[in-house]
Ligand binder design. Sequence first.
Ligand SMILES: Nc1ncnc2c1ncn2[C@@H]1O[C@H](COP(=O)(O)OP(=O)(O)OP(=O)(O)O)[C@@H](O)[C@H]1O
Ligand SMILES: [Mg+2]
Length: 1015
Amino acid sequence: MLAGVAMRVSSPVLVGRSGQLSLLDTALAESGRGSPSAVLVGGEAGVGKSRLVSDFAERSRGQGARVLAGGCLELGVDGLPFAPFTAMLRELVRDLGPDGIAALLPGGTARELARLLPEFGEPAGTGDAGEARARLFEQVLVLLEQLADAGPVVLVIEDTHWADRSTRDLLAFLIRNQRALDGLLIVVTYRSDELHRSHPLRPLLAELDRVGWVTRMDLGRLSRPDTGELVARLLGHDPGEDVLETVYRRTEGNPLFVEALLGEGELGSGLPESLRDLLVAGVRRLPDETQELVRVASAAGERVGYALLAAVTGQDNAGLARALRPAVAANVLLTDADGFMFRHALIREAMHDELLPGEGGQLHSRFAEAIGADPALVPPGRAAAEQAHHWYAAHDMTRALTSAWQAAEESSHALAHAEQLAMLSRVLELWEQVPGAEQRIGTGKVEVLETATRAAELAGEFDRGITFARAALRQIDIVADPIRAALLLEISGHLKYQLGGDDYAADLREAARLVPVDPPTPARARVLEALAHDIHHRPGGWDDAEFRAHAEEAVAVARQAGDPATEAAALVTLACAEPLTGNMERPRALLAEARAVAVRANAYQPLLRVAITESDMLEGMGQHELAATVARAGIAAARDYGLARTSGAVLAVNLAEPLVSLGRWDEAGEVIERALQLLPPRLSRSSLWRLAGDMALARGDLDTAADCVTSIRATLDHTRYKDEHQLPLARLETELRLAQARPADALAVVEDTLDRFDLLRSPRYTWPLLAAGALACAPGATAGDRALLTRTAALRDRLRTAAGKLAAEGPAQQAHQRTFAAEVMSADGSSPAVPGPAGPGAGHGTHPGGIRAAWDDAAQAWEAVAQPYPQAAALLRTAEAALSAGDRDEGATRLRGAATLAQELGAHPLSRDIALVARRARVSLSPESKPGERPAGAGSTAQSPRPEPALGLTAREYDVLRLIAAGHSNREIASELFISVKTASVHVSNILGKLGVTSRGEAAATAHRLRLFTS
Ligand SMILES: Nc1ncnc2c1ncn2[C@@H]1O[C@H](COP(=O)(O)OP(=O)(O)OP(=O)(O)O)[C@@H](O)[C@H]1O
Ligand SMILES: [Mg+2]
């Protein structure tokens, strides 16, 4: 499957784990503030403990911390006491020299340390062993204390499940005495799966757990989406759903296993040797009787019921329990009330691989027979599928085929489309190997292929559906059976459409050509409906008269042919032909009609399409609450119909979107997370990422937002243009680049989007893009860069022209339109809100009162559609305008309104901007103090030549910030201001501190956002 693909051995970036990293960051910060801190990181082998800790160490080093690290060795028990401490000291000696270390210690001697490292000479020989040990411990403590005095220190002790007694004692001593170690963070890792009941680390962990400053961190496996990202990073490209599905099923998100499997090149083949050894090592230590049982269980599948195992082995319950107990104690198996499972799927696989060739087959036959005799031995509805699996593994192809067919039928009744698809694939796989397959299941191959095509569609496996449809088409005589061929072409075209390719239309047209006009048939209705749908979604096709004509004809033909499901679908498509204005009476009436028809016919797919279309329309018109309600009901229905992965994911997008608009971000995050877990088709995935990116950006998590943009881009690069995908991406990317202080890149995104797409057809997605574009053109954003200024002038004209021609349908689009107008007006006025160094009167043209009114308008429009985030942003702008006009009361009121909203949202960058404006204007954000009250002696802001010392910056720092904003390095700043590089760097760090940001990029972005240096 992956043969010949160049692959990285390990991922260049750490996937996921942002929560854990920030926990470690916090712990380090705390230890620097004088509260001791230690983190115990536990997790199974290969889950990423070392990787997490080393990435953290790297970033701590980058921030000036000293990292000391040592690991325990597997044979440490009687080999090398204190192994990790010796390793850590050796590193330190390399760094400071033995004398450098000795100089840190009382009396200038490191003789106690000689017990760990011969470089320090002869150990002090006096006193008894106990006392010597105490002195050694003391000396390590003092050494760490001295090092931590000079700056933050991270001490990492890895793999303590292998720690010898001495190491455990010294570690416990250090942690207990950590109060003395200001500025030292201790990080300890251990394999939780090695900790059998009597493991000596257990009591130590329990004891340390009671120490107030110790945090336990259980590092779990990667989530499904994170596993997907890891696979993509390793392969260097998106893996595709089936590869990902296989990898995730086998590795269950353990990164080491992911690497090992992908490293094999062939996913279908067995386990790499090294990995197998690691996995079976634990089983080998078990008693023979237990090992035997574990081997039998490995043939059973992921979960085994006690009753089934008893039936196959002939053992009674007591015997089973006795034999299983050691496997549970050794963490090989996990139990619950009526059965058990392997701790990891790969352990089962490794054990299964060890079965002798004949032995495996026999075992599987026994399982199949036992289940056949008593289906109640497996969970309800699973019997046929389990038998199919065992007969196949036992190489009894005939029985494998018939039971797979039976299982497929049962899955279909249970609406379990993915399972149905798996079983049908099995039937097709075995078809040629079983003589008389058609007679045995009473169905022909073409029909099996057709059923498989539809199951693939329902399961969201669009690629495979196309393959099945093609195979079926090759088998039928198109002249003799045009309707059958047309329907296959129709479904194949539809699947291609769903995949986002642009080659779908040919199939649909060919289908329409094949299907006879007379008499009206359900087939003709279906094909016409598909064609109308196609035209509707062809770029720029929505107002096509042809579209409406096809949809109307589809409705009529479906009615004549008595096919309510297609009639309902065609009514939905027709609803999309209606212009969206006012209260959307007409489209909603059509949707209501579609729903009624679908309900009467019990046709769930059109029902879900009604929900998808309606929630989307409502959201587009700014009716967020209603949109969310409709989408939520739709998700529940999709789940009931077994379509959570396909229609359900689209509806999850349609639910998350209004939740994001309404500022209910945590809720939206959960919806997105849950939908991504199901690994939906790629277009849905990219929409979910986009919404996640919007929230991350607003919350100030630029890394996540940037990751989202990269992932979406990679997905959309292979799909046709669709406004709902490309335009919001362009908007998000523009905003991201601005936040990253990359104004030229922001401009490039907008320019490129204007060049490539016809935006006038998509007001819903174009207005937000225009507003973002206007922001990118704002005078402050370009940081006085001449070349950029010319570009922004040109771009602003283009944006204005586009806005002049663009319709604004409904209140949400109108709110964007007002924001755009206010932004452009501010830029034209270009008078800094609170005058910057250029002083008042630098602006021209637009009256400041006009700007304020424009932003007031925008804020009200956002309030009317209940979108608190853009409302808060607009309030900030109107507050700035009010303050700049000297209207402190109004300014303060608006600023407080903005502050409350931003705080409730957790929109940190916006909150920070609001706080900075408040500080600059000396307005208190707390409601108690009277508005307009100023500290005595403060000059009028409107008059002062520069806002010094506003923002808490000194005049000098203000100059430095200007240069940072213009992208200068410390060296350039130094030469510009005639100061030393060191002084410049001190200024820079002070500025970052005062602005509450962590990088100069962010500082620059803040300066731009606040339009500090507009000229
Ligand atoms: N979050 C992650 N992102 C990318 N790669 C990862 C991640 N976690 C682990 N890996 C990779 O998986 C492999 C195993 O991880 P690691 O060695 O950190 O596991 P471990 O928990 O320390 O295992 P052990 O108990 O055997 O020491 C490494 O190659 C590592 O780079
Ligand atoms: Mg490790």
